[in-house]
Design a protein around this ligand. Structure first.
Ligand SMILES: Cc1ncc(COP(=O)(O)O)c(C=O)c1O
Length: 508
């Protein structure tokens, strides 16, 4: 166990405990069992009981049923910390689920929600009905976004990122059918190893492990992604680590240029008259904060313009400051036609996502007296309480200069991590920008194992890439204390060294 002074002074580390006992797994028959786990007390059930009840009653993504040793049942959150049902404190290095920019448990956010619920908890945002919260929120979002993407003009709200991706595909196809009366511009290009969500169409854009059982790409026939008639097409992600792994024998002078060429060749092969849009994460999130080669996006923008293909930026992860700018594509000096957002727009205080459209799209899509108005109906589109929460979140981010803080502190954190980890066997590099960073290892170290050991032994929460198990992903709240960043650096160094040493002693 770690023993530096830093740890001894810190409340989190005061609670460092040996790894949780491994006998917490409920009996193998627990799934069938309807009996109640014997309760420690009516008012405060034990952690074991919560884990048992979780396994019995709740479905959550990527949950390894039957293995409870790494289960954490959260109960409270404040600033950059969570507490579990046993009151054990955890340092949150992933801002909830890459959502929380302003820190947890802020009184003023609760007050805003309370006030809006008393005034008007809900109102329809459909037909000619609208309400002031959604209108003000849309205006605010457009005005902020215009600093980096001056063409943005209108907002459509959803309840989360996947729905927003789905709506952006609908609008892209509708745009071409209204502009050119085109019935063929339907195909969508995305990156391999991308993540765009879990609804049916957004899943179809993904090509990641575990998703191959769901989404259109698994339907045979006209939607099969490997047939000429495929609707969902993909190109490689222009990161050296990815390109070099499949181009083992051919090194390209510039992988950005190489993949841009791949994009252009694919458009030409399929026929530009068949391609509606190219959708991309400016920095791949779930794949591990992977940055594209810096030349790729400027070239991709030119290729999209040349062939009449819309560029959709999926900024669900990168949006609202995580990369040290308000939006990720602005690092490359270009703007998209559609921006999709979610997560940090509310800091996770309530669910909301959406998309913003550039002026030239709006001029086609929202002309007066259009024969069939846009029909994409979500009951909770523009929910008034969620919209008020967005506005308060953005106000806090401005008042506390949080995007700039993410840029400055993120850069420092990145260079400290490089200094401390380089030289450790199997560590390769730190990717990402601002407070969206990925620690990349080679195939001999499992990122999932680091994620589990950090949570269990150090009480620190990080994420890992489900696609390749080689990247540990961190996205802390932007106002995280410097002291906690130091604790994180010390802990991850120690954790990785322990894992590598144990592996080496096992090999020898
Ligand atoms: C880039 C990106 N797009 C879309 C989504 C889906 O968003 P949601 O989970 O809010 O539906 C995510 C979620 O992680 C994401 O990272």
């Amino acid at each position: 166990m770690v023993e530096s002074k830093l740890y001894q002074q810190n409340p989190i580390q005061d609670q460092l405990k040996p790894p949780l006992s491994t006998d917490l797994t409920a009996p193998s028959s627990f799934l069938e069992s309807t009996a109640n786990f014997p309760s420690s007390s009516e008012e405060s059930p034990s952690r074991e009981e919560w884990v048992f009840r979780d396994n019995r009653s709740l479905i959550h993504s990527n949950h390894e049923l039957g293995s409870s040793v790494h289960s954490i049942v959260f109960q409270k959150a404040k600033d950059s910390y969570y507490w579990d049902v046993n009151n054990v404190q955890y340092l949150d290095m992933i801002g909830g689920l890459h959502t929380c920019h302003i820190g947890h448990g802020r009184e003023e956010m609760a007050q805003v929600a309370y006030n809006q619920m008393k005034t008007m908890e809900f109102a329809p945002n459909i037909y000619n009905y609208s309400h002031s919260s959604a209108i003000k929120c849309a205006e605010k979002l457009v005005s902020i976004t215009k600093h980096e993407y001056p063409s943005m003009e209108r907002v459509y709200f959803t309840s989360g990122g996947s729905e927003a991706v789905e709506a952006s595909i609908h609008l892209a196809e509708r745009y071409w059918s209204l502009l050119n009366n085109s019935q063929t511009k339907k195909k969508i290009i995305s990156f391999r190893n991308c993540y765009h969500g879990s609804t049916f169409v957004s899943s179809s854009l993904n090509e990641q492990v575990g998703k191959d059982e769901y989404g259109y790409q698994n339907l045979k026939g006209p939607t099969d992604r490997f047939s000429k008639d495929s609707i969902f097409l993909s190109i490689d992600f222009p990161h050296d680590f990815i390109v070099n792994s499949f181009q083992k024998h051919t090194q390209h002078a510039n992988n950005g240029f190489f993949i841009a060429e791949q994009l252009e060749n694919l458009i030409k092969l399929e026929g530009p008259e068949n391609i509606a849009a190219f959708i991309a994460e400016p920095i791949q999130g779930v794949n591990g904060a992977l940055e594209p080669h810096k030349d790729f996006f400027p070239l991709a923008r030119r290729i999209c313009d040349k062939y009449g293909v819309l560029l959709i930026a999926d900024e669900v992860m990168t949006g609202f400051g995580k990369t040290g700018k308000w939006f990720g594509l602005s690092h490359y000096g270009i703007e998209p036609d559609i921006v999709v957002f979610g997560k940090g727009v509310t800091s996770g205080y309530l669910p909301l996502g959406g998309m913003m459209l550039a002026r030239h799209l709006c001029q086609v899509l929202f002309k007066a007296n259009i024969e069939h108005p846009f029909l994409h109906e979500f009951t909770f589109s523009g929910h008034p309480v969620c919209c008020e929460i967005v506005m308060k979140n953005l106000e806090i981010m401005f008042d506390e200069n949080l995007v700039q803080r993410a840029a400055v502190m993120g850069t420092q954190l990145k260079s400290t991590l490089v200094q401390r980890l380089q030289g450790i066997p199997h560590f390769k590099e730190v990717s990402g920008m601002g407070f969206m960073l990925g620690l990349i290892f080679d195939e001999h170290v499992s990122a999932k194992r680091i994620h589990e050991e950090l949570a269990t032994c150090y009480h620190i929460l990080v994420d890992y890439s489900r696609q390749n198990d080689r990247v540990v992903l961190i996205t802390p709240p932007f106002n995280i204390h410097e002291r906690d960043l130091n604790i994180f650096v010390d802990s991850i160094e120690q954790c990785v060294r322990n894992i590598v040493n144990t592996q080496q002693s096992t090999y020898h």
